[in-house]
Design a protein around this ligand. Structure first.
Ligand code: SAH
Length: 347
């Protein structure tokens, strides 16, 4: 089932099936068939069939993501520690960093994201945080300690949720942070309760970007801050309707291994946030700041310890490792962009 996922077909609709009565955010879909912003609900018979197929594909994707992280998280933690995201580096930094240098760069990613969103100045207001797509809880524990806030993390992987809770207990943080298995697209939280809604490198897994963003906005408190740091494809040029076939092909190959649906661009996210009337919307392209990361991951995978751990961890990890050069190629060719998008929910 997982091997047959066809990422780019998960959510895009043929143009002629797109209803002209859509809301502005949904119209993006008609303009950009490959953008991956939504699953669809329209009344025509053809569209309903697409929706049913999309639903089962979405379930397969969810299972694939859970299994992928169940299997690979232990290996990642052993080699890279508790942050499952890119490091942030000064552009053009040619220094060969030690392992600890890369780990510091991962912490710096959290700090730079908070700073970009202006959260460091608002830190006293941050009392409750949700970490959407929390991995093994590295961001939650860091942010909870930094702000003295309560943090709840959600992940699709039961292995990650357990490990995250165990690490919180080991660090005497269980009174502040907790983790559970839940879907970012149907979060088990009331409306309007989180001062900070944090999504660090999970948005790329979401098969319905419009629903994802709506959920982030729904759970944010009035005046709350939303931060999305995520893998995107490049912004399309004016008049361009889709990526070039070779670009789409490159992304599709990455999707298969990393359990990703269709990608979208940072400007697609900005359009979605604007359509929901959010305030202080800002975005940036940090691709240059993450450039040293994948080469470093590959170098550690090629050490003796890395190779032995990789072989022990299983096929999903091995396939993941073999896909890493494609990420580097995607960044080098400008197809993949590392984006941060942030906004504030109106009071
Ligand atoms: N934010 C973490 C982990 C990033 S890895 C960190 O920086 O360390 C991506 C995470 O997104 C995984 O934990 C995965 O389970 C989660 N994820 C992907 N799709 C999800 C969904 N639909 N609902 C909840 N979590 C999801």
């Amino acid at each position: 089932m997982k091997a047959t996922l066809a990422p780019s077909s998960l959510i895009s609709l043929p143009r002629h099936k797109v209803s002209s009565l859509r809301s502005p955010s949904l119209l993006l879909q008609s303009q950009r068939p490959s953008s991956g912003l939504m699953t669809t609900t329209t009344a025509s018979r053809g569209s309903v069939a697409v929706t049913a197929a999309a639903t089962s594909s979405v379930e397969a994707l969810r299972e694939g993501i859970a299994e992928f992280y169940n299997e690979t998280s232990g290996l990642w933690e052993e080699i890279w520690g508790d942050h499952m995201h890119h490091g942030f580096y000064d552009p053009d930094s040619s220094v060969q960093l030690s392992d600890s240098g890369h780990r510091e760069a991962q912490i710096r990613m959290i700090e730079e994201s908070l700073r970009f969103a202006g959260v460091t100045e608002e830190e006293k207001k941050i009392k409750r945080v949700v970490d959407v797509g929390c991995g093994i809880g590295g961001s939650s524990r860091y942010i909870a300690s930094k702000f003295g806030a309560e943090c709840i993390g959600i992940t699709l992987s039961p292995v990650q949720a357990k490990r995250a809770n165990d690490l919180a207990a080991a660090q005497s943080l269980s009174h502040k942070v907790s983790f559970q298995v839940a879907d970012a697209l149907e979060q088990p939280f009331e409306d309007g309760i989180f001062d900070l809604v944090w999504s660090m490198e999970s948005g790329e897994h979401m098969p319905d970007k419009a629903k994802f963003v709506k959920e982030l906005v729904r759970v944010a408190a009035p005046g709350g801050r939303i931060i999305i740091v995520t893998w995107c494809h490049r912004n399309l040029s004016p008049g361009e309707e889709a990526l070039q076939p070779w670009e789409q092909n490159l992304l599709d190959r990455i999707c298969k291994t990393f359990y990703l649906p269709a990608w979208c661009s940072t400007s697609d996210y900005v359009d979605l946030l604007q359509s929901l009337s959010l305030q202080d919307i800002k975005c940036a392209d940090w691709s240059e700041n993450v450039a040293p990361f994948w080469p470093a991951v590959i170098r550690t995978a090629l050490t003796w310890k890395g190779l032995v751990s990789l072989l022990r961890s299983g096929m999903k990890s091995i396939k993941g490792a073999l896909t890493m050069p494609l990420m580097i190629e995607g960044y080098k060719k400008g197809v993949i962009k590392f984006g941060i998008i942030t906004c504030q929910k109106p009071l």
